[in-house]
Design a protein around this ligand. Structure first.
Ligand code: ACM
Length: 538
């Protein structure tokens, strides 16, 4: 059956198959209509079978003794029975059911109409982590809405449940904000783009842009919701803000740079142009966030907080006066004050702030959560201090990093993170799991996330190449009850199951990196990357 991610338990008390045909019914109890709708649409498209409503055949039901994402799937002579604690669990069960039907069940139209069968099986399953995320950076390169919807289908097929959308950065602003039209008129496109790593200083001469209207984003949120995925929007501040400043120059440090001359950045890297900390800037971003909250119902809102060079703040008389006025010690405390302001603002509206681990510097707002990206350290410190943590260390789960050591990797940046390396990634480091606090600090690791930054992935094909197959290994890390010791994981078994999984990805039309290296058209000969050495595993 080669299930990925591996369920908690799979037993086969009897051998046999339950055949599906034009008379096989599909039914769900009240509360599971959405899952029933999805399953009939997905399986119906692939098999051509009508799966008419009615008892027998495939039945979905709720079972109050199970946790929300926990499920049981049983196939026998009388059909398939799916039981879950909540609709989310029923949806995960439905994804498992699709895997049981074989790779062709992933197609959007039938290549055959007969031979569909489910093996007799008893599956009991539940996720290890509540936050199983993937980040898509749609700022550096815009990903059209249709590709985002497809990406949601792909992560849903891997039982992930969070899409972190990185919507704003120096190189582009991608969300329509009705009260600030210049964010899309001006900040959503740039004249040209850097090609490859910045050391080469090479650019194309092709404008790049795009943005999602508020209705596009509502559609994305609803599409995700039907797949029991939460979309967490990211509005990065006070750094990574050059695009916004180019549209509204008053947001920048106007006493040290002529921000009216700025445009959306056409280079990769970390821009020195950061927000000023005035009351007007706070009001501006409160206005942005009011519209963000109206679109995204997620508990968490990501406000970035990473990589904020403080040179302009140090040089700016206005900022220095502001630091004094606020009674702060220095620029780090100013950044902390900035983040705390929005932490309170979000909390007052029933939401929670999450930010990159830099938000720990200068003191973390109570209630805020941390995405630990510069390694485990930030996450460990935050968890020990009682904050929730999503582990996404760049040394392990940055999908922009190269997948192999060879010359053929396209624009090779970062560490070598092969499929096996990702399979052996452990989100809870030993220093947390070994703490003698009854596991309270380790339990603060609410989940893990794989992050795809797109400086070097300029379209959906590149996104596929960098994301897959590694997201399959990541999904198993996030969902399955793997040995906590990475060395004890059964890589050979995973690799064997991947043979079937590659066929599923093929049926889905995913242009993953083949195990033996990039195909000729997946290479980018002559485009400079910047490989890094190391790191070892845990
Ligand atoms: C990051 O990679 N700057 C979060």
């Amino acid at each position: 059956m080669d299930l990925i991610p591996a369920p908690l338990s799979v037993t086969r008390p009897e051998t046999g198959e339950f055949a599906l045909d034009a008379g096989t019914p599909l039914t769900a109890e009240p509360g599971l209509e959405g899952v029933e709708f999805w399953l009939r649409a997905a399986l119906g498209a692939a098999t051509g079978l009508p799966l008419r409503p009615g008892p027998g055949g495939i039945e979905l039901r709720l079972d109050g003794s199970l946790a929300p994402e926990e499920y049981r799937l049983s196939v026998g002579a009388d059909g398939a029975r799916l039981a879950a604690g909540a609709p989310a669990g029923a949806f995960r069960a439905a994804q498992t059911l699709r895997q049981l039907l074989g790779p062709d069940a992933y197609r959007r139209a039938p290549v055959r109409r007969t031979g569909w069968a489910l093996p007799y099986v008893e599956i009991a399953d539940a996720p290890r982590f509540g936050w199983r995320g993937a980040l898509l950076d749609v700022s550096r390169h815009f990903l059209p809405k249709a590709d985002v919807l497809r990406f949601l289908d792909l992560i849903a097929a891997h039982k992930l449940n969070v899409l972190h959308l990185h919507l704003t950065d120096d190189q582009g602003w991608r969300i329509e904000i009705e009260r600030y039209p210049r964010l899309t008129e001006v900040a959503s496109w740039r004249d040209r783009s850097m090609v490859g790593f910045r050391d080469a200083q090479r650019h194309d001469e092709r404008p790049h842009g795009g943005f999602y209207t508020q209705d596009d984003l509502r559609e994305i949120v609803a599409y995700a919701d039907a797949r029991h995925i939460t979309v967490v929007p990211e509005i990065d501040l006070p750094g990574h803000s050059q695009a916004a400043i180019s549209a509204y120059p008053e947001l920048g440090n106007t006493d040290v740079v002529d921000t009216a001359e700025l445009s959306v950045w056409t280079d990769w890297g970390v821009s020195a142009n950061i927000l000023n900390p005035s009351e007007q800037t706070l009001r501006f971003y409160e206005g942005v966030l009011e519209e963000v909250l109206a679109i995204f119902p997620s508990e968490f809102v990501h406000l970035g907080g990473d990589e904020c060079p403080k040179d302009q703040w140090r040089a700016s008389p206005a900022v220095q006066a502001r630091i004094k006025e606020l009674g702060l010690a220095d620029e780090d405390e100013l950044q902390s004050w900035f983040i705390r302001h929005f932490d309170r603002w979000l909390a007052d509206r029933g939401r929670r702030l999450i930010g990159w681990d830099e938000i720990l510097e200068g003191g973390l707002a109570p209630g805020a959560a941390v995405s630990s990206w510069r390694g485990y350290e930030g996450g460990v410190a935050a968890a020990k201090a009682g904050h929730d943590v999503v582990m996404c260390p760049e040394q392990h789960v940055y999908l922009d990093h190269r997948q192999g050591p060879g010359e053929d990797e396209p624009i090779p940046v970062g560490f070598v993170r092969s499929l096996e390396d990702v399979y052996r990634f452990e989100p809870v480091p030993p220093e947390l799991s070994a703490l003698d606090d009854d596991g309270a600090a380790a339990a603060r690791v609410i989940g893990t996330q794989a992050n795809l930054w797109t400086e070097f992935a300029d379209d959906a094909r590149d996104v596929d190449f960098r994301t897959f197959p590694r997201l399959a290994a990541f999904a198993e890390v996030a969902w399955s009850d793997l040995p906590r010791d990475p060395a004890a994981r059964d890589w050979a078994d995973f690799e064997r199951r991947m043979t079937t999984h590659y066929a599923r990805l093929d049926a889905l039309g995913v242009e993953y990196r083949p195990a033996d290296g990039p195909l000729p058209w997946q290479r980018r000969p002559g485009v400079l990357g910047r490989p890094k050495e190391g790191p070892g595993n845990l």
